[in-house]
Design a protein around this ligand. Structure first.
Ligand SMILES: Nc1ncnc2c1ncn2[C@@H]1O[C@H](COP(=O)(O)OP(=O)(O)OP(=O)(O)O)[C@@H](O)[C@H]1O
Length: 526
């Protein structure tokens, strides 16, 4: 379960605010394996308690913090009867309080707050704390001040916090129950819809696509000519096929020709066929595609690119159902439904005299406009999901995209529309096939750079006022700190990612006291 999707719940936003304001603490979530995904990703909001901050941001300390959270998680996991908030003392002897989240009677993880003492540390406890933290990391803070600032919570405060946490998990559970109810309704509705429309390969829930489906349903059973208008990659051919396969001509051929693919002579011969000897190389009679499509549907893509001579011939087929092959004397008769498509503004072409007005009115009987992906962003999530399933190979491990990868895909403009999206997802599945989640750094640099220039990650908003050099240092420190956690302290890899030398990175790590000391030699790849 992804906790990210609850971050925007009004209740969770309010609770986070209240907890920050009254207890200067951060609400966090450990998943059903006891893992705090945000910590794992290096997305650590520095806690108010300096000891916890120092510990969480150091390698060994971070491991121990995770371990302490897991102990409380194991308690919940071991018994379904434990539904109320519980506390546990962490490796630094501070309290963690957590409440289990149950969805559909299944344990899904716990919400927790950590890092406060039940009473102010006495001199002996203070000494123990100081020496514990010095063992874990290089200390950049006045520890006596840190001891004095340790947040303290008495039993009655703790009770309030427990109530809030229990309230939050109940809110999430009811939200999920509501979603499941909605999903079931949508499922039933969409089953009914797909029975009616049977356009199941065309994915889209946006209002714009619903209009398209409605119109498709109307035109599928008629014989009218349809003009599909839309940018490249918006699904014009897919829609044309669906109209054909859902209409009375479905058992007859569906033929496709792109009118911009050939020169005029070749296109004429491809469309209408030719007779033997009609031009050099015409060794025998050849059927044209209109004849091949007889009884079925002819999809003429990029119809706006047709020359005026061919426009006349097309008009004749549409009006009379007849044509004369290249070099022939006799006209042939066919029964073909034409679906034309273009990415151009046909009205404009008519105005400029580049497209015959009579032909335009003949093919523009029913106009179906396919909106570009950037105008129906609400379809992005289901399209991504659809392509992940479509291109997922059997026994492939990956379950989906990381939250950061998803945010980048959602922020991108998709000039190449659905084709571009499909290609990108297919590529990501190939590259990230063995990873649980596909990380953002596998996304094509073209897309990443368009969203976050320079390849930076999507970070929390930075300070935009104050001294520039301080802000730059703060950003540098944050990028290195998160990068160290993300790469599990693999400095060579991080230096490569940041585009600096390894020795420069080590200098910066020392400058910002981000490591415990000299290399321990236990890095994954160094
Ligand atoms: N709504 C959709 N749901 C699922 N797949 C889609 C959808 N729209 C398009 N696709 C997929 O995107 C790709 C491009 O679609 P298609 O070839 O129909 O676009 P087009 O508008 O005809 O493009 P062009 O104008 O460049 O020929 C195809 O693989 C198609 O299956």
């Amino acid at each position: 379960m992804e906790f990210e999707k609850y971050q925007n719940l009004h209740t969770i936003i309010m609770l986070k605010e209240v907890i920050r304001k009254w207890w200067q603490a951060e609400l966090a979530f450990a998943d059903k394996h006891g893992v705090v995904q945000e910590w794992q990703r290096g997305d650590i909001v520095p806690p108010n308690n300096d000891f916890c901050r120092l510990s969480l941001l150091s390698k060994e300390g971070g491991r121990r913090c995770g371990q302490s959270v897991r102990v409380l998680h194991e308690k919940f996991k071991s018994s379904k009867r434990l539904r109320r908030a519980l506390t546990h003392d962490c490796h630094l002897n501070f309290t963690i309080i957590g409440a289990p989240l149950y969805i559909d009677n299944e344990y899904e993880g716990m919400l927790f707050i950590e890092g406060f003492a039940r009473q102010a540390p006495g001199p002996r406890e203070a000494e123990v704390l100081k020496s514990q933290i010095r063992e874990l990391t290089v200390v950049d803070t006045d520890l006596d001040r840190a001891v004095a600032r340790v947040p303290v919570m008495d039993t009655s405060e703790l009770g309030k916090l427990a109530d809030l946490l229990e309230f939050a998990v109940n809110e999430i559970a009811s939200y999920e129950a509501e979603l499941t109810r909605k999903d079931e309704t949508i499922h039933t509705l969409s089953n009914e819809l797909s029975d009616r429309y049977r356009f199941e390969k065309i994915i889209g829930r946006s209002t714009a696509m619903m209009e398209v489906f409605k119109l498709m349903e109307k035109v599928a059973n008629s014989d009218s000519t349809v003009l599909i208008n839309g940018e490249s990659g918006t699904g014009k051919e897919l829609v044309a096929r669906a109209i054909h396969h859902n209409g009375p001509r479905k058992d007859k051929p569906f033929v496709v020709q792109n009118c911009s693919a050939f020169n005029d002579n070749l296109l004429e011969s491809a469309l209408f066929g030719h007779t033997r000897g009609s031009f050099t190389g015409a060794l025998r009679d050849k059927k044209g595609l209109f004849e091949v499509a007889d009884g079925g549907t002819f999809f003429l893509d990029e119809v706006g690119d047709m020359s005026s001579a061919l426009q006349v011939k097309l008009l004749r087929v549409l009006q009379e159902g007849t044509f004369i092959p290249v070099g022939g004397n006799h006209s042939k008769e066919v029964d073909v439904r034409v679906i034309a498509a273009t990415h151009k503004d046909m009205g404009e072409l008519v105005k400029k005299g580049e497209f015959r007005e009579d032909l335009y009115y003949r093919i523009n009987v029913i106009r179906l406009h396919l909106p570009p992906l950037r105008e129906r962003r609400e379809d992005l999530a289901i399209l991504i999901d659809h392509f992940l399933r479509k291109h997922h190979r059997d026994n492939q491990r990956t379950r989906g995209l990381s939250p950061e990868a998803l945010s980048i895909l959602h922020a991108y403009g998709w000039p190449g529309n659905i084709r571009e999206l499909e290609n990108e997802i297919e590529r990501l599945l190939v590259l990230g096939g063995d990873l649980d989640q596909i990380p953002a750094d596998l996304i094509s640099s073209r897309i990443r750079d368009a969203v976050v220039p320079g390849g930076a990650t999507l970070m929390s908003p930075m300070k935009t006022t104050g001294k520039l050099n301080e802000a730059v240092e703060a950003l540098e420190r944050e990028m290195i700190q998160r990068g160290l956690v993300r790469t599990q302290y693999n400095k060579s890899r991080l230096a490569r990612e940041l585009g600096i030398s390894r020795s420069n990175l080590i200098l910066k790590i020392a400058k910002y006291s981000l490591d415990k000391g000299p290399d321990t030699g236990d890095e994954a790849e160094d």
